[in-house]
Design a protein around this ligand. Structure first.
Ligand SMILES: [Fe+2]
Length: 483
């Protein structure tokens, strides 16, 4: 049966939001598993305006929300991160700083201003006893229970200057009990420097390795690792002309062409420092990883891939003019089998799924694995914006052994976040739950769906409803907490 969706439903993902110190959670279907204990965290856009003017979704102040699950009960709260632009602009009362997608009024006020506002709105992870809200210019520690902002993350101390960036998606190596992160430091007249670090739960740097990137103004985003390699991938290269002049938002100054393909970087984690560079096919772009692992002399890396330039124009508010969309394909899931010595690369595509915001069992990071879960674009007639993941409406479990997917499609007029894996404690890789934030356009309410991670196609174990309408989430994370 074709599901119906109204054109007006699109705007529900842009909902404005304020701090919520507490709100009821109703179980409207099934029951919360008694042994599912922890906090489901999400980060993403908060307040929709600065100084009374609308912001691109990705430029809004970071808003972290938490669903706390304990012995079959649930509670909810949400708060803006008190750091970066939110503090500098007095909670959105004024607009002082330039952003990635949205310039201040008038090119002159953006002229030569490349130090961007830190909106702290991209990801949230749990490390060292804190929830940590992230963005490229730096991260902030939050109390995982109250969401109170406790101060800057110690990783910010690794930044060499105001043009340096911190990778917004650090990943835990659970076997080593280390957090893997990176910085990128502009080289002035020379090439940029990529530095990978590993920190322990007290944020002490245990490993630090530096690599020269092949060029300048290279934007990278996600990371993954294997026992012997760190990996990251090029989102684009900044053409400083338009950005420095203040005539374009920074994101529109990213160069992208078939003559200058994006590149995958493999940096040695052991042995001599070496960077292997693998170009993508022309006109393909990628920035999120599923996982990577080693197989004999090869590195296998699984990624979300777009044909042509990824297009975030869906997330501009109507008040800000933007360019017409171009032809696109994806986001697809692809596997690359790379020999880091010969730089050979074989690519295969996971059949018949489209999606973003991938998740795996965290214990499998860097190791051979079988399952992944993605926020999926299911079929809605006439509603096929390839890059607008905020309107995706399902979850798929990918099985790399069989190359088949098990799918759950959300109810009509419902949008889904990334699926978050919460382990159940058994030995199987897929023994756990999938937690998904949902937006119900018809009811103008948000909620959370709990699925069996092994069999999402069986439908919800539980569905929870909140009294509030949250905007679309960026990334989400599950922190298993006791007590
Ligand atoms: Fe991301």
């Amino acid at each position: 049966m074709e599901e119906m969706l109204l054109e007006s439903d699109k705007s529900v993902v842009y909902a404005d939001i304020d701090d919520i110190p507490g709100s009821p959670v109703r179980v409207v279907e099934g029951a919360i598993p008694e042994n599912l204990n922890g906090v489901l965290l999400r980060n993403g856009p908060g307040k929709a305006t600065a100084g009374g003017k609308p912001l691109h979704m990705f430029d809004r102040y970071g808003y972290v929300a938490a669903l706390r699950l304990h012995n079959g009960q649930a509670s909810f709260r949400g708060a803006h991160v008190r750091g970066g632009a939110y503090v500098a602009e007095n909670g959105g009362q004024v607009w002082k700083q330039r952003r990635i997608f949205t310039n201040r009024d008038g090119w002159w006020s953006n002229f030569l201003h490349l130090d961007l506002a830190n909106t702290v709105n991209h990801d949230v992870y749990y490390w060292g006893g804190y929830a940590v809200a992230t963005a490229d210019p730096g991260q902030f520690l939050l109390d995982a229970e109250t969401l109170e902002t406790k101060g800057p993350c110690p990783l910010n101390g690794l930044l060499k200057n105001r043009q340096s960036n911190l990778g917004p998606m650090p990943q835990a190596d659970t076997a080593a009990n280390r957090l893997v992160a990176y910085t990128v430091t502009p080289g002035g007249l020379g090439d940029d420097t990529l530095r990978f670090v590993e920190v322990d739960p007290e944020w002490r740097v245990k490993v630090s390795r530096e690599f020269k990137l092949p060029g300048k103004a290279i934007f990278v985003h996600d990371l993954c690792f294997t026992p012997n390699w760190y990996l990251t991938t090029e989102f684009g290269r900044l053409n400083l002309g338009g950005a420095l002049m203040g005539t374009q938002p920074l994101v529109e100054s990213l160069q992208y062409s078939a003559q200058q393909p994006s590149r995958l970087f493999l940096a040695s984690r052991t042995g001599p420092e070496r960077l292997a560079v693998i170009p993508f096919p022309g006109e393909h772009q990628s920035f999120h990883f599923l996982n990577a692992f080693e197989r004999a002399d090869e590195v296998v890396v699984d990624m979300v891939v777009y044909e042509n330039r990824v297009d975030f124009r869906a997330f501009y508010p109507d008040e800000i003019p933007h360019l017409p969309p171009g032809p696109l394909g994806g986001p697809w899931i692809e596997r690359r089998v790379i020999n880091p010595q010969t730089l050979s690369c074989q690519v295969t595509r996971f059949p018949e799924v489209a999606g973003e915001l991938p998740e795996i069992n965290p214990a499998k990071r860097g190791n051979s694995y079988r399952y992944a879960w993605i926020n999926s674009r299911m079929k809605y007639p006439g509603f096929n914006d390839h890059c607008a993941f905020a309107w995706f409406n399902g979850a798929s479990k990918l099985d790399w052994d069989t190359r088949q997917a098990r799918r759950w499609q959300a109810p009509p007029r419902t949008f889904t976040s990334m699926p978050v894996f919460a382990p159940r404690g058994g030995g199987a890789e897929d023994d756990g739950w999938l937690l998904i934030w949902i937006i119900q356009a018809e009811q103008k309410k948000s909620g959370v769906v709990i699925l069996d991670a092994a069999a999402p196609d069986k439908g919800p174990v539980a569905r929870l409803e909140l009294d509030v309408l949250l905007p679309a989430a960026s990334h989400a994370h599950f922190a298993p907490l006791n007590g």
